[in-house]
Write a protein that binds this ligand. Structure first.
Ligand code: SAM
Length: 352
């Protein structure tokens, strides 16, 4: 593409015509005042909506292109920080806090770590943090490929750099800071700075492993896993009996599992009023890629393969009356507490 453009220039193609059309109104001071006021008033979601509504006019304005880039860069970083960031450092440290809180006081044996369903944005963050905390090796796996490998690579560089500056944010409560630093310094940041995800991965060989595959196909030894975690994954597992059996077989006796399951109808996150967290329990054929199991069904299925439950934390909401009246079996026959649960965090142990 680039060489084609260069060759066009060489053969004397006319320079691009300068766009002299009138620009839409965009006032930088007004934009900043409104954006910062929304942030200052604790309304980051509205600030995000406002930013997106202005993005086109900002892009089309006469402001210098580097200044435009600054607006996109810093607004995005501030919003990531203040809106329970969906990617990068913010999401990773939030997950680590959640693991620490749920596993408080629970002993984890020596062995390997698994991030089951690591997602396609920052697939290596959680696994790397655990490798640095002394696990023998750390595996991350997902069925779906990475969305933008160059972004994931650069995000990994930011995570590793942040780990160097703020190791305590990534250290497990029983972690060894000296060992964390020793392992961290051995990791090569350069391929990630160069946005080369494959090369970054190759540099992590033997330490952190990424697999694009169904979990049941992973090359993990029986009883190798000391700790396996998943975030918002189990609700997407369609063959849950096979997967839960696999998790049990691969866990070492005394090994621990932590699973956060989001039981909400994900379409309700769209911001519209069309769906509430329980809408999919009123449909004969639900949305694709969700199993619609309720909290106790996950728990029972995991107990049935042999796990012992150490922690069972649930959050619940109030089902709107109009949804409650439309519930279909089997959900119409379940207790309100069962259907009302929106999240469950489970900590499990494989008996010794
Ligand atoms: C909602 S995403 C969550 C991703 C990530 N854990 C996060 O917190 O952002 C659920 C992920 O689980 C993955 N997944 C579901 N079933 C899987 C399986 N059997 N093996 C591997 N990954 C699976 C999906 O591909 C998807 O990326």
């Amino acid at each position: 593409m680039l060489s084609k453009a260069k060759s066009l220039l060489k053969i004397g193609a006319p320079p691009p015509v300068k766009d002299t059309s009138p620009k839409p109104d965009f006032s930088e001071p007004d934009f900043l005042e409104e954006f910062c006021a929304l942030l200052d008033n604790g309304k980051p979601e509205q600030a995000l909506d406002f930013f997106l509504s202005q993005a086109g006019a900002l892009a089309d304005s006469n402001i210098h292109r580097r200044v435009k880039l600054n607006h996109f860069r810093y607004a995005a970083r501030i919003l990531e920080h203040q809106t329970r960031g969906k990617h990068g450092i913010e999401k990773l440290t939030r997950k680590l806090r959640s693991i620490n809180e749920n596993l408080k006081g629970i002993e984890i044996p020596q062995g390997a770590f698994l991030d089951f369903g690591c997602g396609g944005h920052d697939p290596l963050g959680l696994a790397t943090a655990h490798y640095l905390n002394g696990f023998d090796r750390a595996i991350a796996c997902d069925l779906f490929p990475i969305h933008v490998p160059a972004y994931s690579a650069f995000s990994m560089y930011e995570i590793l750099a942040n780990m160097r500056g703020f190791p305590h944010n990534y250290l497990r409560p029983d972690g060894d800071l000296a060992e964390f630093r020793r392992r961290l310094i051995e990791l090569d940041l350069q391929p990630f700075i160069d946005r080369d995800f494959e090369a970054g991965l190759a540099a992590l060989t033997g330490k952190v492993v990424y697999r694009l595959d169904d979990i049941v196909n992973l090359d993990v030894e029986d009883e190798e896993l000391a700790l396996a975690v998943s975030f918002a994954v189990l609700e997407h597992v369609m063959d849950h009996e096979q997967v839960y059996d696999w998790l049990f077989r691969k866990t070492k006796p005394g090994g621990i599992q932590f699973h956060f399951v989001d039981l909400v109808d994900h379409r309700s996150y769209g911001g519209g009023v069309e769906f509430d967290p329980w809408s999919f329990l009123t449909e004969e054929i639900g949305p694709p890629n969700v199993n619609r199991l309720r909290a106790s069904e996950h728990r029972t299925a995991l107990e049935n393969v042999g796990f012992e439950v150490l922690v069972d934390r649930r959050k619940a909401g109030t089902i709107p009356l109009e949804t409650k009246e439309k519930l279909i079996p089997p959900w119409s026959e379940m207790s309100e507490a069962e259907i009302g649960a929106t999240k469950i965090s489970l900590v499990l142990r494989k008996p010794v």
